[in-house]
Design a binder for this molecule. Structure first.
Ligand code: HEC
Ligand code: HEC
Ligand code: HEC
Ligand code: HEC
Ligand code: HEC
Ligand code: HEC
Ligand code: HEC
Ligand code: HEC
Length: 483
């Protein structure tokens, strides 16, 4: 928006405000003194809080009426009442349930509620995240209080300032997760187009068509212009239309609209222009469309959905990968109220029983608690043994297929012809899909059919025989995973 438009819009809205004292647009300006609010105590240091405490209307909401309506639907708008109703309210709780320096860039903690105990600063309001609004409200066009999208351990800004600690360790766990990596810091690719659309938080928001304005938007130089996949990439700071303020639903079977699948769907089927294997095929695999289909694959309806991708598991990825777990010590004291924000499905536990991001422990040391907590499996051990059986079956098939792929003539793997997928290329793709961590869980039924049909196709196309000591019959005769 250029300066001229801005001035015109402003003077028009001054007029509207003078006549009607109301606004209709979330960005429409009114004359500052038409936003009736009593002068805030000077000790609050520029924080305005509510203009109408009884109605729960932050000063900001008088002009940003769209944002006001959204925010009213969030838990942040009743954080104070919930604290009081808990029966455990005490002074130490208040920094996270009121407006003060938590969540914004202000360094002095003695501001807002903590400096005044004035009821206008109750709840997690706009200024909790945006910082003090006095300067902006006095002259909206001169400067705007942008909120932070970045979070990090030790950072005195953003969601993490409140969402941390043993009761709410969202920040603590997220920071150790793959989503918390500064893109590229882990040595993984993803700084170029189209890679940034999934590998960076800022790139994903743009790819999703969200033109948002935030503090770090133009200042990501320290991280090569890239932001990790932070809280407000998955969560909408203002809007609770989806449960838990998620930007997209988690319970829809759609790679284009499911929050996790929007990124977890890259190269789920072979791309004739590249020899690359699958990258993030989990969405399509769960939904039954992943993998290379040999000419006589079988069913004409090529969707083969397993239990985990069906209505039997309505929360899909989230059931297994974002599961809460309460960890207590021998005397029953809380050690950690884990939030599942490591995003690990079967985590290794540390000596205190806390989930860790490590994937180096042996399978018996992993926790299958999420599988039982979901109500799907009777006990963690029942899920564990189903996992073991499926893993063995698929690993045996992958070993067999890899040995056969090694005998396919090299000429079959040329990417010069970027139109067709040869049987060799397709089989190799399926073997790599089967070897990915998680494939035996995401869709064991589809995986077994893809692998066995690839084995048959290599026999048919190239006359290559299965090579291992175990026969296909042996593999398929093994009992399938039970509940
Ligand atoms: C008197 C009306 C008014 C009040 C009250 C008001 N704003 Fe604004 N706000 C505006 C106007 C007008 C703009 C557009 C300014 C511009 O672009 O020049 C704006 C812009 C913004 C922006 C930038 C939006 C963007 O897309 O870049 C943010 C963030 C913001 N306001 C937050 C707040 C917060 C937080 C409060 C409460 C502390 C608040 N506003 C109170 C009128 C107001
Ligand atoms: C000033 C502290 C504070 C800040 C900053 C803050 N939150 Fe919260 N948040 C809370 C509190 C307190 C609650 C619980 C409110 C309740 O249930 O009464 C909460 C609840 C939530 C919930 C639960 C919603 C639900 O429906 O159960 C989500 C999601 C959330 N916050 C996300 C965020 C995100 C994303 C950010 C940053 C953009 C953020 N919060 C910043 C304190 C904060
Ligand atoms: C470090 C910041 C912080 C402090 C301190 C804090 N809370 Fe919270 N509280 C939160 C956040 C963040 C949430 C939202 C958690 C979620 O949605 O899972 C929350 C949610 C709540 C909720 C609503 C959700 C629920 O569990 O029913 C209650 C009640 C609550 N807190 C009570 C308290 C009490 C009592 C204290 C003090 C003993 C306290 N809080 C101290 C950050 C804090
Ligand atoms: C549609 C979203 C999407 C796009 C586009 C995308 N990726 Fe990925 N990529 C992912 C996801 C999600 C993962 C994590 C999946 C996993 O670990 O199984 C991932 C994982 C990776 C990994 C790590 C694999 C491993 O085994 O650790 C590399 C390297 C990678 N991507 C490179 C790239 C490059 C280079 C590009 C651009 C040519 C790119 N990605 C484009 C979503 C995407
Ligand atoms: C929990 C933290 C949080 C709260 C509470 C919050 N905001 Fe925001 N706000 C953000 C973040 C983060 C962004 C940037 C990302 C986005 O827009 O989704 C933002 C963006 C904005 C923008 C810029 C326009 C845009 O969509 O990018 C405006 C205007 C705004 N907020 C106004 C408000 C008002 C008014 C309130 C109170 C009714 C409010 N915010 C409450 C965190 C918050
Ligand atoms: C990759 C996406 C993603 C990121 C990044 C993410 N979350 Fe979440 N978060 C989720 C999902 C999915 C759920 C819902 C879990 C469910 O429905 O059980 C959730 C749930 C929550 C809840 C509600 C928990 C409850 O049970 O009441 C809070 C609060 C929350 N997240 C805060 C945060 C904060 C703070 C951060 C950043 C430190 C963050 N999230 C980062 C996906 C994400
Ligand atoms: C904005 C895109 C995006 C969204 C949304 C997203 N992810 Fe990811 N996810 C990635 C990328 C990129 C990586 C790989 C990061 C890396 O290793 O550099 C990843 C990594 C992971 C990993 C760890 C993979 C590994 O190899 O360690 C898991 C598990 C995961 N995501 C699950 C989820 C779940 C569950 C959701 C939904 C709640 C989700 N993701 C939402 C992009 C996304
Ligand atoms: C039924 C439970 C379940 C569901 C549903 C599920 N996963 Fe998994 N996922 C697992 C298990 C178990 C693993 C293997 C983890 C391991 O070995 O560390 C895994 C592995 C992964 C990995 C590789 C992680 C790593 O550390 O290498 C990613 C990425 C992933 N899943 C993403 C997703 C996404 C995205 C969805 C939804 C499309 C999803 N998962 C659905 C259980 C599940």
């Amino acid at each position: 928006m250029d300066g001229r438009n801005r001035v015109v819009r402003f003077s028009v809205s001054v007029l509207v405000a003078a006549l009607a004292a109301a606004c209709v647009d979330s960005k429409q300006a009114v004359a500052p003194n038409s936003t009736a609010f009593s002068t805030p105590p000077s000790a609050a240091q520029g924080f305005l809080g509510y203009s109408d405490t009884a109605a729960g209307t932050p000063v900001c909401g008088n002009c940003h009426v769209g944002k006001l309506a959204e925010w009213k639907g969030t838990a942040h708008s009743h954080a104070w009442a919930d604290l009081q109703a808990s029966g455990h309210a005490q002074a130490s709780c208040e920094p996270c349930h009121t407006v003060n320096a938590n969540g914004n860039a202000v360094a002095d903690s003695n501001v807002g509620w903590l400096a005044t105990h004035n009821p206008r600063y109750r709840d997690v309001q706009c200024e909790s995240c945006h910082g003090p609004g006095m300067t902006h409200v006095t002259n909206p066009d001169a400067s705007q209080p942008l909120a932070s999208m970045l979070v990090g351990v030790g950072l005195t800004n953003g969601c993490g300032e409140c969402h941390q600690g043993i009761n709410n360790p969202f920040l603590d766990e997220w920071a150790q997760s793959a989503h918390g990596l500064v893109p590229h810091a882990g040595g993984k690719a993803g700084t170029t187009q189209p890679c940034v659309t999934c590998h960076t938080g800022n790139g994903a928001l743009v790819a999703w068509g969200l033109d948002l304005n935030y503090l770090e938007k133009d200042s990501l130089a320290a991280t090569n212009g890239h932001m990790p996949i932070t809280c407000a990439v998955c969560h909408d700071p203002h809007d609770a239309t989806n449960d838990k303020q998620l930007r997209f639903p988690i319970d829809v079977a759609s790679v284009s609209n499911n929050l996790c699948m929007k990124c977890h769907h890259y190269r789920a089927v072979p791309d004739p222009t590249s020899g690359g294997g699958p990258m993030s095929p989990q969405g399509p695999l769960l939904l039954g469309t992943a993998g290379w289909r040999s000419p006589d694959f079988g069913p004409t309806d090529t969707t083969i959905r397993g239990t985990h991708g069906s209505s039997g598991n309505p929360d899909l990825c989230v059931t297994c990968h974002v599961a809460r777990a309460k960890v207590t010590d021998a005397s029953g004291n809380l050690v950690l109220n884990s939030t599942g924000h490591l995003f690990v499905a079967i985590p290794c536990l540390d000596t205190q029983g806390r989930p860790t991001p490590s994937d180096t422990c042996a399978e018996p040391q992993r926790s299958f608690a999420a599988c039982a907590a979901s109500g799907c499996h009777g006990t963690p051990d029942a899920a564990r043994s189903a996992f073991d059986v499926a893993t063995q079956r698929i690993q045996a098939l992958v070993t067999e297929l890899n040995a056969m792929v090694a005998k396919v003539p090299a000429s079959q793997f040329s990417t010069a012809d970027s139109v067709t997928i040869t049987a060799g290329e397709g089989a190799k793709f399926n073997a790599r899909l089967g070897a990915m961590t998680g494939s035996p869980v995401h869709n064991p039924f589809l995986m077994e059919q893809l692998l066995t049909s690839s084995i048959k196709q290599l026999q048919k196309t190239y006359g290559i025989s299965p090579t291992s000591n175990i026969t296909l019959q042996d593999i398929l005769a093994a009992p399938a995973g039970g509940r």
